[in-house]
Design a protein around this ligand. Structure first.
Ligand SMILES: [Zn+2]
Length: 654
């Protein structure tokens, strides 16, 4: 009896590894087969492939009823299998393989050498190249979208960010576009898209060469042969605008004046096609420096030219034919209005559109509640731009002459937006061009709300840990764009560490602890509002417990503190958030946020130690409330050393 049992025991001991291996192999095979089967299911149907292949050829192709039905079935199948982005990426791949991109031509050897010298000179004269991972991701995303709608190869453009606080942008003939740190950190996505699209048009059209030829008095330059004309949908759209009175799209701009107007007009057209808010061109034109009048029109003349283009683009018939992003936005607005009962009788006839609209309506409702509260506090400051604007945000994700996919959502910003547009995507609308008019055929709801600025979740919180690394081997580790600049005579690593530590504390207390935040300000700006009854802190109860990390993997803190006592005090009206440097607005935000689940990220940190007692810390940041991003800023803290400790003397938000 003992032997068999021992044998059994040996048997049992010997077999499990083999059984386990066999079992695992079997499981892998099954998983692989199932996965493969699902993956095969997610292939673009041949019918769609065929029509998309033709789509590359031009606007003559039509999307028939059967094609639309195939598209709807395919998108729904992928969504329900848990792969909502597969249709877009696979169709993009098919389109990408077929489209012949008008890549920026490689220059002759001599020109390339000149370009390299010019590039080095530009870097030398403008503080060198600025390496911000966060803003690099943001710019790349904007360039990708603009290149796509313009039919360019995004790789043909080389974007350099210059480390200077000036607000400016320019380009050179070899496809380089220069953006200053001052421009990038204080502009919204809309503004940056307009600036980049303007420079892209100069490069694409060889304007830079023109400009030098004109200034050298060389009349032999033939604009017609050197200007690669844009073909397809964009050319048609521009032509239609010319017919409506927008003069800037002649395509034969030979003087630098005409070229500026044309580049502005093209920028508006391309940025609108991507879904950016092109009315922001007015804000950017008033912020860029005036150029020499011998070569450039004045800002006010450019504003007049841009107004003309914008007016023509508002024409409903032009929108229907040439602007799918706007068509998507209008469809979404209508669907939301119908859902909320604002426009009884109108309801969406499109599969899935109601679902997308209801997701967006929920976000809107949350936002409106917060806004009402903010108004009661008088804390919607001077950057409040959305009182009359649409809150719907749209971003073109795919664009062909007959098929377009537009990501739609709600712009959630309650203040400035200068580190990417705060917003939440609710879904994707698919549009086809039928009988020359863009029509929404399908709404695809996203099960999980996504931020519009996807790069926010791709870069960790840099200020949170920056001070720990100063003076150690790990400082300026790859991937971090935090930077410390100090004068060897005045500052040292210890000072920089103290400055950054205090800045990080300020950043945390600006959300989690209003009392401490106020004391930080006590010697700074607070006398500005000495008529406010600030001593009465009695109602505030603080509870700064344990905090969990955010959903995006950053280590910022969250709070469950409550400051109910602040409400009445703030209604005194003394806290109008309209100070030019935004410092009072910052205090207002701090108190408003301190009772909620709020997070604050900071990227692209730069610390300048100017002397033994004075330093500045600048960074881009974004704040979210209950996981909805609500504002993004460029923040500058002026720090002073008092009693051996670094303190925040003033705060500037842009
Ligand atoms: Zn220009």
């Amino acid at each position: 009896m003992a032997r068999p049992s021992r044998k059994n025991g040996e048997y049992e001991r010997a077999l499990p590894p083999t059984l386990l291996a066999l079992g695992m192999a079997a499981v892998l095979i099954v998983v692989g087969a199932v996965g493969g089967a699902i993956w095969m299911q997610l292939r673009v149907p041949p019918q769609l492939c065929a029509v998309l292949a033709e789509a590359g050829g031009g606007s003559g192709t039509q999307f028939g009823e059967n094609d639309v039905a195939a598209l709807v079935r395919y998108v729904q199948k992928c969504s329900s299998a848990g792969f909502p982005d597969v249709p877009l990426t696979r169709i993009q791949k098919i389109i990408g393989e077929r489209s012949s991109v008008a890549a920026v031509e490689a220059n002759q050897e001599v020109e390339a050498e000149l370009a390299r010298e010019a590039h080095e000179a530009v870097l030398r004269q403008n503080g060198g190249e600025w390496g911000s991972k966060f803003h690099r991701l943001r710019i790349d995303r904007i360039v990708d979208g603009l290149s796509h709608v313009a039919g360019d190869d995004a790789l043909g453009y080389k974007i350099a960010m210059l480390d200077t606080p000036q607000i400016n942008a320019f380009s050179t003939a070899d496809g380089r576009i220069y953006l200053t740190r001052g421009l990038v950190t204080t502009s919204s996505d809309d503004e940056i898209a307009l600036v980049i699209a303007h420079e892209m048009h100069h490069i694409r059209s060889g304007h830079w060469i023109n400009w030098w030829a004109v200034s050298a008095g060389d009349g032999s330059f033939d604009a017609d042969t050197e200007n690669p004309q844009e073909g397809g949908a964009m050319a048609e759209a521009a032509l239609a605008l010319v017919k409506m009175g927008a003069k800037a799209f002649s395509g034969e701009a030979s003087t630098s004046y005409e070229q500026e107007y044309e580049a502005d007009a093209m920028a508006i057209l391309h940025a609108a096609e991507c879904g950016y808010c092109v009315r922001r061109i007015f804000r950017i034109l008033t912020r860029l420096p005036e150029m020499p009048v011998t070569s450039h029109p004045t800002s006010s003349d450019r504003i007049e030219g841009a107004s003309e283009v914008l007016e023509s683009m508002g024409d409903p018939s032009w929108i229907a034919v040439h602007n799918p992003a706007e068509v998507a936005r209008l469809a979404l607005e209508n669907a939301i209005a119908a859902l909320r009962g604002d426009r009884p009788g109108i309801c969406a006839q499109v599969v899935g559109l109601d679902e997308v609209a209801s997701i967006c309506a929920r976000t809107l409702k949350t936002l409106e509640g917060v806004e009402d509260e903010m108004r009661a506090y008088n804390w919607l400051g001077h950057g409040w731009p959305y009182a009359d604007d649409s809150r719907m945000v749209v971003r073109t994700a795919l664009f062909t002459p007959v098929l377009c996919a537009v990501d739609v959502g709600v712009e959630t910003t309650l203040g400035h937006s200068s580190a990417g547009t705060p917003g939440v995507l609710g879904g994707r609308l698919w549009l086809v061009r039928r009988d020359g008019v863009w029509v929404v055929v399908l709404g695809q709801a996203f099960s999980k709300a996504r931020p519009v600025s996807s790069h926010w979740s791709m870069v960790g919180d840099e200020l949170g840990n920056a001070w720990r690394w100063v003076g150690r081997g790990g400082w300026l580790a790859s991937g971090s764009s935090a930077q410390v600049v100090w004068d060897g005579n005045n500052g040292d690593a210890g000072a920089a560490r103290g400055v950054l530590e205090a800045a990080a504390r300020w950043r945390d207390t600006s959300i989690i602890d209003f009392g401490e935040h106020l004391s930080t300000y006590a010697k700074g700006r607070i006398e500005y509002v000495n008529n406010a009854n600030l001593e009465d802190e009695g109602g505030a109860s603080k509870d700064t417990g344990a905090f969990a990390g955010g959903s995006s993997g950053c280590d910022c803190k969250q709070s469950t503190a409550s400051v109910d006592g602040g409400h009445d005090r703030m209604n005194s009206g003394a806290w109008q958030g309209d100070q030019e440097d935004g410092s009072l607005e910052a205090i207002g935000w701090a108190q408003f946020l301190s009772g909620r689940k709020a997070q604050n990220w900071a990227w692209s940190v730069r610390c300048d130690v100017h002397s033994r007692t004075l330093a500045t810390v600048t960074f881009s940041s974004a704040i979210s409330l209950d996981e909805v991003p609500i504002t993004s800023n460029f923040t500058r803290l002026t720090m002073v050393l008092e009693d051996g400790e670094w303190k925040v003397a003033s705060v500037s938000l842009q």
